[in-house]
Each structure stands twice: as structure tokens, then as C-alpha cells.
Design a binder for this molecule. Sequence first.
Ligand code: ZN
Length: 191
Amino acid sequence: MAIRKIATIGHPVLRQVARPVGREELATAEMQTLIDDLVETMRDADGAGLAAIQIYQPLRIVAVEVRDNPRYPYKPKIPLTILVNPELTVVGEETFDNNEGCLSVPNLRGVVRRHTSLSVRAWDRHGALVETQVFGLKAATYQHEVDHLDGKLFVDRVTDPTTFASWTEFERHHKAAFVQRVAALVARLGE
Ligand code: ZN
């Protein structure tokens, strides 16, 4: 396993559309090592998620995990989840304003409107079909990661540029109100 370099905004790889992975290819040692490295790199950088495209591999693979995360202390825990070729379907009309950051966009946060409820179809790292529903902040994390697979970054979805903030200024001026707002969401949806 190895910690890999994370591409940052401006690198063309982040604007590629990642390609699907076949089951046989997924089973190869090379691909399994890539997934191990994706997880290790995400944990090392305190990410809540990381897409393979962010480590210069334009494949439709993402890792999501929230433990005790110093970058996102308000996020409910998510066990380590690998999604291969994920497909998200929006459930219902409800959206919420999420304050997001990204390992590929250093020291910037901004407000992005996300769907509150999704159904998810994907494979796990062994190619087994996973079908589930996700809600709230977890749904926002899934949308953020799947955006990466389509060459999109959260900054593309920020509709009010006055919400951009460095991490320090987010902590100083915006975090308390945001945490209070999402706490109500988490209380209602459980994640
Ligand atoms: Zn990101």
C-alpha cells in the first residue's frame, strides 16, 4: 500500500470523465492495490471521500469513510465504503445547502445545494452489487464523489460565490451556524 499524490484543481485529469471498470479488471491485483492506496491516501489526508480520479486514475471508483475526522467533526460516521461504477438516483424533491471542501481544492470551502435523499446502485470492491439509500450529509458526500467521476468539482456548483471561504475563515465566521443547521438535518435523517 502507498499514499499517492492528490491532483489539485487546474490539473486536467480532474476534468476527465472517468471510465467504468469491468468485473475482471476489478479483480486484478493492480486494481485491488489501487483501491487499497485510495483508502490509505484518503485516511492520510483526513478526507471524507476520495475518487480514483483524484489520484490520477480516471476510473469510476470512489472511497467514502468518516471516522473521527478533524476536517469534518460534525459529520456522522460512515463505515469504509468502496463504490465501483456508482449510479445515483435522486429520491424526492428535497435539497439542502451543504458547506463543502475538497482535497483537490486546497483551503477553500463553499455552499453547494445537494439532494437530501438518493438511491445508490454500485458494486463493492469485489464486484458484488450493492443497492442502498443514503440521506443528508452522507448523500451530499456521495454526490460530491460521483461528481468527480464526471469531471466536476464542488466549485462548479457553488451558485453564490460570496459563500467561498478559506478553512480558517469558515471556522471563524460560518462554522457555528452551519453546524447548527446541519445538526437539525442529521437529527431528522440520521446521517
Ligand atoms: Zn472532492
